[in-house]
Design a protein around this ligand. Structure first.
Ligand SMILES: Cc1cc2nc3c(=O)[nH]c(=O)nc-3n(C[C@H](O)[C@H](O)[C@H](O)COP(=O)(O)OP(=O)(O)OC[C@H]3O[C@@H](n4cnc5c(N)ncnc54)[C@H](O)[C@@H]3O)c2cc1C
Length: 421
């Protein structure tokens, strides 16, 4: 009898962990992803702000699994799942499975504003990061040629919507570049006069972190020169800036870091979902009525007994879920019943704000400044996949720390000189 076929959709933190943990199990693994690479999203903002290059934070999935003999990789888009026929629909063809792990993650949510993505790109993929980098760097080039003062000021105004970790990290990096990295490169404009405005609808930055962390982060951001506007909702975004009710701010660049929603693949399962499109899973992460189908990571709505809420959409949760379902599948493949409930272990939260500045909440303790930044750097390098990537990232950080320089300040792709006004 042939070994059970495990199809894993998504080679992100959850899916890739599940695949690797099944390396010794008596199963055949097929990992399907529409991209050929695993992406380390926590460092994506550093590609968007010219610190790192895409290849530093991404690894080809095929290469990561090259030594795993029971695994194969397929580059394809999954368009749906039919649990009653145990079939996954691909952009071309179908795949049958005995066990399915759906780990397609999340995407941006613009709260129903269909035109906002064009004016305010979000940060989720390498293409997104390169687009933000292109618009950001181009804004200074265009301002250098602009003679009208008001137009130039708008070009040098950058608005970040949403002060979660991504918004805070982007805003901090942008002000640092404008004030410390590029001032001497321009002859006409004073890049240090650039404004970075960070909007947050809630009353504090990093709303998911403990309040003490938010206070510290706000202080650091302000010291660096970021204008932080709390409790204010952006009501309009167009190609010339943003509106906050009756107030208008002309801005050459707007970046969206405010909302996420689950990837649409979960909807095809036909099981209950929450308001963000996440699939409500059973305690063992399977879906109601189909014990052989598991949903993990950002796509899953998983209750966390300890906090009383849901497991946060972050890398540690996805990794732990990947391990859990791999254990369950390996055990069932050996004809053992295994319906152990998933338990999330909260290892804390980290966010960086700028050079030598970060915040961390670990085991009820809040840390800031240099020690938090060292911890942040250590954890991120540790979880990066690939020795080459770790080395490359550490080298770039060391160089940037000593010289204030950023090596990836390239403007590539897209129409030059038109967008962003
Ligand atoms: C900018 C940013 C910064 C972040 N920073 C942090 C941080 O500092 N710390 C932290 O813990 N977490 C952070 N996160 C969150 C963390 O990255 C996610 O929680 C984690 O990636 C979720 O893992 P996942 O496996 O569910 O999904 P993902 O890692 O997103 O992987 C999903 C995979 O599915 C593939 N896919 C999607 N749809 C399809 C389809 N239809 N067909 C085939 N393949 C498909 C995608 O290509 C992708 O490879 C950040 C996220 C972002 C976007």
């Amino acid at each position: 009898m042939s070994q059970p076929h495990v199809v894993i959709v998504g080679g992100g933190f959850g899916g890739l962990t599940a695949a690797r943990c099944l390396r010794r199990a008596p199963v055949r693994v097929t990992l399907v992803d529409r991209e050929n690479h695993h992406l380390f999203q926590p460092l994506l903002y550093q590609v968007a702000t010219a610190m790192l290059s895409p290849a530093d934070i991404a690894s080809p999935i095929r290469h990561v699994l090259r030594r795993q003999r029971n695994a194969r990789v397929i580059l394809a888009e999954v368009t749906g799942v039919d649990p009653s026929r145990r079939v996954v629909a691909l952009d071309e063809g179908e795949l049958e499975y005995d066990f399915l792990v759906l780990a397609t993650g999340a995407t941006h949510s613009y709260f129903g504003h269909a035109d906002w993505p064009t004016h305010a790109p979000g940060l989720k993929t390498i293409d997104d990061a390169l687009e933000i980098r292109r618009r950001f760097m181009l804004a200074f080039e265009r301002a250098e040629r602009q003679e009208d003062g008001a137009a130039r000021r708008a070009m040098l105004t950058f608005v970040v919507v949403g002060a979660g970790p991504t918004g805070v990290e982007l805003a901090g990096a942008m002000i640092e570049i404008a004030r410390r990295v590029i001032p001497r490169d321009f002859r006409v404009i004073d890049t240090s006069s650039a404004r970075v405005i960070l909007f947050e609808a809630q009353d504090r930055v990093l709303p998911a972190f403990p309040a003490a962390i938010s206070v510290r982060a706000l202080r650091d951001l302000k010291r660096m020169g970021v204008e932080v506007r709390l409790g204010e909702t952006v009501t309009r975004i167009d190609d010339r800036g943003v509106s906050i009710g009756p107030e208008r701010i002309g801005a050459g660049n707007v970046i969206w870091a405010a909302g996420v929603q689950a990837s649409p693949t979960g909807a095809s399962l036909g099981v209950p979902m929450d308001d963000n499109g996440r699939v409500r899973v059973e305690p063992d992460l399977s879906i109601p009525g189909y014990g052989e189908v598991f949903v993990i990571g950002d796509l899953a709505h998983v209750l966390d007994e300890r906090s009383g809420g849901t497991v946060p959409g972050m890398a540690p949760g996805a990794i732990q879920m990947g391990r859990h379902v791999a254990r369950t599948i390996a055990s069932r493949a050996k004809d053992r019943t295994d319906t152990r409930a998933f338990r999330f272990v909260d290892k804390g939260m980290l966010a960086t704000i700028g050079r030598g500045r970060a915040v961390a909440a670990i085991s009820g303790r809040c840390i800031g400044g240099w020690p938090a930044w060292v911890l942040w750097a250590f954890v991120h390098v540790l979880f990066l996949i690939g020795f080459r990537n770790r080395l490359a990232v550490m080298a770039q950080w060391a160089w940037a720390y000593v010289t204030y320089q950023r090596g990836a300040r390239l403007i590539t792709g897209g129409p030059k000189g038109r967008e962003g006004t």
